[in-house]
Design a protein around this ligand. Structure first.
Ligand code: PLP
Length: 396
């Protein structure tokens, strides 16, 4: 006998992975240039030059036994000090090493937090559309998940729905801004109202409701939008961050959990996060990239190609009858209303044209398709006639 849950997770691919694999097979059959794969969110721009420079310097100057050795489970102390100083400078708080826990990307950060906080019967609220792995991570930690419907068309938070959904069993609320897949960035007003509501309910229930802020796309924003710092609006905020997208380092697996001083029972929460890391067998985050992250925190890859792709899609798809009235404010995903209400049928029609889009229902938002535009611009240019052929099927 083995774990049915793990078996099922290990044998069923996510819709995104399924499409991505399909794209590779089709590329072998019809040629890569004839497949328009917008399925996966793998950054398409190189890391900023500072990453390579830092790597070269570290390799040349740091004793290899140190550089490639185990670090403290929480992350190397000097790395955490340097990172805390950087975050303090950037966000105007006083963070220190004892509040930072380095992780194997945002995925591990989230898993450690969920395992650290969750008791049997605890529930977490998340907002559709959402990153589908959240459910896997939360259920893996034994939590119940309550997914609230999307707030169309701006994908901010429906506070009335949240108010109605909170219960004394709510352990946490999970937010992701800039959002995968909607591209929405929560405004300061949204976060302020959210903070007030959670503070009121925490007081009413006599225990904190933690706000877990998953922010791997923090720096990838467009058109002068900026992403407010969630802890400014609610003291019991735990930040989960990743350098996968900002520094284009998804394969290096580096990120952190930040449990600031203002978090209720913060020192114990931090210790439990470290304990969760132990339980899950992470040992420590990759040693070399801990150092790179600390040196390069706050930098971002040159995302001008993402901005250019976003503009191009907005202009060209708009001309073809697609609704581009809500372009993404951040991330590298376009969340496009589909031309029929059945988003799965729409994406199947697209797939028949070798145009690979992910149905919104996989993210809890039917009637939309996600298009990852972290691709070379020329792929978008070549795909425009295919989008035209698709919209023609709908009489546009
Ligand atoms: N959270 C969101 C919203 C994501 O989109 C992703 C990856 O795409 C992750 C977390 C996981 O990121 P990481 O590569 O840092 O584990």
């Amino acid at each position: 006998m083995l774990s049915q849950r793990c078996y099922d997770l290990g044998t069923a691919r996510s819709v995104i992975r399924e499409l991505f694999e399909h794209g590779k097979l089709r590329a072998a059959e019809v040629g890569a240039d004839n497949v328009f794969d917008f399925s996966i969110g793998n950054p398409s721009v190189p890391p900023p030059p500072a990453v390579e420079e830092t790597l070269e310097r570290l390799l040349a100057t740091v004793d290899p036994l140190t550089l490639h050795g185990y670090t403290s489970a929480q992350g190397d102390f000097a790395v955490r000090e340097q990172l805390a100083a950087s975050l303090s400078r950037r966000f105007g708080h006083r963070y220190d090493a004892s509040q930072l826990y380095l992780t194997v990307g945002a995925a591990a950060a989230l898993c450690c937090v969920f395992h650290a906080l969750t008791l049997p019967g605890d529930e977490y609220i998340l907002f559709a559309p959402y990153f589908p792995e959240y459910k896997v991570f939360l259920e893996g930690a034994g939590a119940k998940v309550n997914i609230l419907p999307p707030k169309y068309p701006d994908f901010q938070i429906d506070l009335a729905a949240l108010d109605a959904a909170l219960t004394p069993h709510t352990k946490g609320v999970l937010i992701n801004s800039p959002n995968n897949p909607s591209g929405a960035v929560y405004t300061a007003d949204t976060l302020a109202a959210l903070g007030q509501l959670l503070a009121r309910r925490s007081q009413e229930y006599g225990h904190p409701i933690y706000l877990i802020s998953d922010e791997p796309y923090r720096e990838i924003v467009f058109g002068g939008v900026s992403s407010p710092w969630a802890p400014d609006f609610y003291p019991d905020t735990i930040v989960c961050y990743s350098y996968s997208k900002s520094l284009s380092l998804p394969g290096e697996r580096i990120g952190y959990v930040l449990v600031g001083r203002s978090v209720a029972d913060g020192e114990r929460v931090y210790a439990a996060v470290a304990g969760a890391g132990r339980t899950l067998g992470y040992v420590n985050a990759p040693s070399l990239f801990q150092r790179v992250a600390a040196e390069c925190d706050g930098l971002c890859a040159d995302t001008s190609v993402y901005a250019q792709n976003r503009e191009l899609l907005t202009a060209e798809l708009g001309k073809l009858g697609y609704d581009t009235s809500h372009p993404p404010q951040g991330t590298f995903y376009y969340f496009l209303p589909t031309l029929e209400s059945d988003d799965v049928a729409f994406c199947e029609k697209a797939k028949a044209l070798d145009l690979l889009l992910v149905p919104g229902s996989g993210f809890g938002a039917a009637g939309y398709a996600r298009l990852s535009f972290c691709v070379p611009t020329e792929r978008i240019l070549r795909a425009i006639p295919v989008f035209a052929a698709l919209s023609k099927q709908y009489g546009r």
